[in-house]
Design a protein around this ligand. Structure first.
Ligand SMILES: [Zn+2]
Length: 106
Protein backbone atom coordinates (compact mmCIF):
# COMPACT_ATOMS: atom_id res chain seq x y z
CA UNK A 1 0.00 0.00 0.00
CA UNK A 2 1.53 3.36 -0.97
CA UNK A 3 1.87 5.98 1.72
CA UNK A 4 -0.30 9.04 1.09
CA UNK A 5 0.58 12.47 2.43
CA UNK A 6 -0.44 12.77 6.08
CA UNK A 7 -1.38 16.39 5.36
CA UNK A 8 -4.53 15.08 3.66
CA UNK A 9 -5.83 14.09 7.11
CA UNK A 10 -6.18 17.74 8.11
CA UNK A 11 -9.52 18.15 6.39
CA UNK A 12 -11.15 14.94 7.64
CA UNK A 13 -14.60 15.97 8.89
CA UNK A 14 -15.95 15.04 12.32
CA UNK A 15 -18.25 11.98 12.37
CA UNK A 16 -17.52 10.87 8.82
CA UNK A 17 -17.50 7.08 9.29
CA UNK A 18 -15.97 6.08 5.94
CA UNK A 19 -13.36 8.82 6.14
CA UNK A 20 -12.46 7.76 9.65
CA UNK A 21 -12.03 4.12 8.61
CA UNK A 22 -9.74 5.17 5.75
CA UNK A 23 -7.78 7.40 8.08
CA UNK A 24 -7.35 4.68 10.73
CA UNK A 25 -6.06 2.18 8.17
CA UNK A 26 -3.65 4.63 6.57
CA UNK A 27 -2.50 6.01 9.92
CA UNK A 28 -1.79 2.48 11.19
CA UNK A 29 0.17 1.82 8.01
CA UNK A 30 2.13 5.05 8.50
CA UNK A 31 3.04 4.16 12.10
CA UNK A 32 4.29 0.73 11.01
CA UNK A 33 6.44 2.35 8.30
CA UNK A 34 7.76 5.08 10.62
CA UNK A 35 8.58 2.54 13.34
CA UNK A 36 10.46 0.39 10.86
CA UNK A 37 12.34 3.38 9.42
CA UNK A 38 13.31 4.69 12.85
CA UNK A 39 14.23 1.18 14.00
CA UNK A 40 13.55 -0.69 17.20
CA UNK A 41 9.98 0.48 17.71
CA UNK A 42 7.55 -2.37 18.38
CA UNK A 43 4.59 -2.60 16.02
CA UNK A 44 1.21 -2.01 17.53
CA UNK A 45 -2.04 -2.17 15.60
CA UNK A 46 -3.84 1.16 15.96
CA UNK A 47 -7.38 0.47 14.84
CA UNK A 48 -9.19 2.79 17.25
CA UNK A 49 -7.61 6.03 18.38
CA UNK A 50 -10.50 7.02 20.65
CA UNK A 51 -9.66 4.20 23.08
CA UNK A 52 -5.95 4.00 22.33
CA UNK A 53 -4.84 7.58 22.91
CA UNK A 54 -2.15 6.68 25.43
CA UNK A 55 -0.68 3.86 23.34
CA UNK A 56 -0.69 6.12 20.28
CA UNK A 57 1.07 8.83 22.28
CA UNK A 58 3.69 6.37 23.49
CA UNK A 59 4.42 5.41 19.87
CA UNK A 60 4.86 9.08 18.97
CA UNK A 61 7.16 9.60 21.98
CA UNK A 62 9.25 6.56 21.07
CA UNK A 63 9.54 7.79 17.49
CA UNK A 64 10.74 11.29 18.41
CA UNK A 65 13.16 9.88 21.01
CA UNK A 66 14.61 7.35 18.58
CA UNK A 67 14.91 9.95 15.84
CA UNK A 68 16.40 12.51 18.26
CA UNK A 69 13.91 15.25 17.39
CA UNK A 70 11.61 17.53 19.42
CA UNK A 71 8.79 15.61 21.14
CA UNK A 72 5.35 15.46 19.56
CA UNK A 73 2.49 17.41 21.15
CA UNK A 74 0.49 15.31 23.62
CA UNK A 75 -2.23 14.02 21.32
CA UNK A 76 -3.86 12.01 24.13
CA UNK A 77 -5.24 15.29 25.51
CA UNK A 78 -7.62 15.82 22.58
CA UNK A 79 -11.18 14.58 23.00
CA UNK A 80 -11.92 12.90 19.68
CA UNK A 81 -15.59 12.58 20.62
CA UNK A 82 -15.96 16.37 20.44
CA UNK A 83 -15.98 18.29 17.19
CA UNK A 84 -13.42 20.84 18.33
CA UNK A 85 -11.06 18.20 19.77
CA UNK A 86 -11.32 16.20 16.56
CA UNK A 87 -10.59 19.19 14.32
CA UNK A 88 -7.59 20.34 16.36
CA UNK A 89 -6.22 16.81 16.58
CA UNK A 90 -6.52 16.32 12.83
CA UNK A 91 -4.66 19.55 12.12
CA UNK A 92 -1.82 19.12 14.63
CA UNK A 93 -1.42 15.38 14.23
CA UNK A 94 -1.20 15.50 10.44
CA UNK A 95 1.46 18.22 10.59
CA UNK A 96 3.36 16.11 13.11
CA UNK A 97 3.18 13.08 10.83
CA UNK A 98 4.55 15.18 7.98
CA UNK A 99 7.45 16.18 10.27
CA UNK A 100 8.08 12.49 11.08
CA UNK A 101 7.93 11.69 7.39
CA UNK A 102 10.61 14.28 6.70
CA UNK A 103 12.73 13.07 9.62
CA UNK A 104 12.68 9.46 8.36
CA UNK A 105 12.97 10.31 4.67
CA UNK A 106 9.84 8.30 3.82
ZN1 LIG B 1 0.02 9.13 14.81
Amino acid sequence: MPLISPLLWQGLPFKHADGEMDFLGMHDHWHAALGKAAGGIPEFRLDNLKDMGEIHQRLHDELTQTLGIEPSPDFSLFDLNQSQGWTLFMQLHSIEHERLRAATGL
